[in-house]
Structures are given as structure tokens and as C-alpha cells.
Design a protein around this ligand. Sequence first.
Ligand SMILES: NC(=O)c1ccc[n+]([C@@H]2O[C@H](COP(=O)([O-])OP(=O)(O)OC[C@H]3O[C@@H](n4cnc5c(N)ncnc54)[C@H](OP(=O)(O)O)[C@@H]3O)[C@@H](O)[C@H]2O)c1
Length: 274
Amino acid sequence: MMRLRATGIVAAVFVCGALALVRPAAAETVLITGANSGLGLEFAKQYAAKGWTVIATHRRHDMPETLAPLAAKYPNLRVEHMDVSNIEDVKASAAKLKGVPIDVLINNAGVYSDRSACKSETCTGAGDTQTFGNLDYALFDTIMATNVRGPLIVSESLIDNVRASKKKMIIAISSTNGSLSKPLPGPQGIAYRSSKSALNRAMQLVAVKEKEEGITVLMLHPGTVVTERLESNRGQPNTVDMEPSVTGMIKIIDKATIKDTGRFLQFDGTTAPW
Ligand SMILES: NC(=O)c1ccc[n+]([C@@H]2O[C@H](COP(=O)([O-])OP(=O)(O)OC[C@H]3O[C@@H](n4cnc5c(N)ncnc54)[C@H](OP(=O)(O)O)[C@@H]3O)[C@@H](O)[C@H]2O)c1
């Protein structure tokens, strides 16, 4: 009787051990800002398909119709409201996420043009209001509040979540439009281009500060991407589709270590010009 019980215990221990060996490691979590269109939506799709827990955030009043089918398809994807230009709004979202470790925080939300008159989701927004002599300062403020202040507010508000995670990464989707060492194609885009230069400097400083916490901060240039709103990029030299751009950036994120913190990289893994 004693021998039988002992054999049973050994068998149970063996089975439990085997289960522990085959059980997959807890999935990592990614939070993406501006996840309802373009690159943010593609990040959400690819991370959800990889089995990560995805927190897809957007600034709309209602569930965006681009995110609803994703949330229905993937139980590992949740949709949250977060307007990155609004401090109170970000703080309220962060309070809801208190205690949730975030392995990779992707500051993707960005504004590059005046879409205020847009009637369709795919409208680019037009008007040459970012050239000296014809500057729209309200647009300038919106672009700065979204592209520079936004990633800082979001990163500060969620820093405990990133610190509590395993991967501990903060990503800023930047652009070589902010590269001071690159030849300029023309005088246009003052607000957008300045915002990406400022974003790079701001995130470099976050990288220096958070290195002691083991947090890796990267600035990524996605390439000149053909998105729903930038169909106009199609056919231009050196453009890339959303899927390979985001696949490339995810590969970089997977491989990066604390030694890479503060780097500015292009989606193909090469160093971007400062
Ligand atoms: N596409 C390119 O070629 C390219 C190149 C270099 C860098 N980038 C950068 O890549 C990022 C994504 O751009 P994209 O081309 O995918 O543009 P997109 O399709 O216009 O997506 C931008 C996203 O940001 C959101 N957003 C704007 N303001 C916001 C706010 N205050 N709070 C929260 N979300 C906000 C937009 O939401 P709404 O739908 O509500 O407007 C949208 O979901 C941007 O940072 C952009 O500067 C893009």
C-alpha cells in the first residue's frame, strides 16, 4: 500500500514536471498608441498573430471599425482609449492599466498633416501650411503635442508598467524626416520634421535616464511606407509596404538589448542618420 502511494506520488511529480516543461512561457505584452490605422494597426495585427497580449489604443469616442474585427478574432487583443495629446486622458488610461506589466511600449501615434477637413479614413489631408511664410500655428501645436509631448506623457505615465515587465522596452516611431544630417528635399513640413528631430532628442534623454532601470529605448524609422492614408507614396522610389516595414521593426525589437538603448534604427536594421 505504502509502495503504491509512493509510486503514485513519483508519477504525479513526473507528470507535473513534464507539464511545467511543455507549458509555454507567459506571453509578452505590447501597448501600441494610434493602433486604429496605418503602422499602428499593422503592429497590432502582427503582435496579436504572434500570440502576444496586445493593448491596442486609439483616440476615438467609439470602438474604431478597424479594431473591432481584430478584437473579435484575437482574445489576446484588448482595445483601450488613449488620446496621447491629452495628459488627463493618458493618466486615466494608465490608472486602468495599473499593475499590468508592459514588455514593449510602442509610441506610434503621430500627426503629419492637417486632416481636419477629411471626410474619409484614407484622406491624407492637404494644404501647404507647414512652410515658412504660411505656417499654421494651431497645426504646429497639435503636431508637437502629439508627436513629441505625447510619447513623453505616455512613457512617463506607464513607466512602472514597463519597469515591471521582462523585456522592458520603449519604442518611438520616428522618421528620418527629423534627421539633421540628411539633405533636405525642400522647405516644406516644418512642424512634422521638427517634431521628429525633437522626439529623437527627447527619447535619447529618456534612454539615458532609464538605462539604470534596464529599460531599452529605441527610435525607429519605418521607411517611406505606403499606408491607407499615404497611398500617394506608392510608386515613389524606395517605398515599402506596411507588412515588411512592421515585420522588420518587430525583428529589431525582438533582438535589441540594453546595449542598443538610445539608437535610431531603420526598419531594415541599419542605423538611421541623425
Ligand atoms: N507612413 C510613413 O511613411 C511614415 C514614415 C516615417 C514615420 N512615420 C510615423 O509612423 C507613425 C504612424 O504613422 P502612419 O503613417 O501609420 O499614420 P496614420 O495612418 O495617420 O496613423 C497615425 C495614427 O495616430 C493616431 N493619432 C493621431 N493623433 C493621436 C492622438 N492625439 N492620440 C492617439 N492617437 C493619435 C491616428 O488616429 P486617428 O485615426 O484618430 O487620426 C492614427 O491611428 C507616425 O508616428 C508617423 O510619423 C510614418
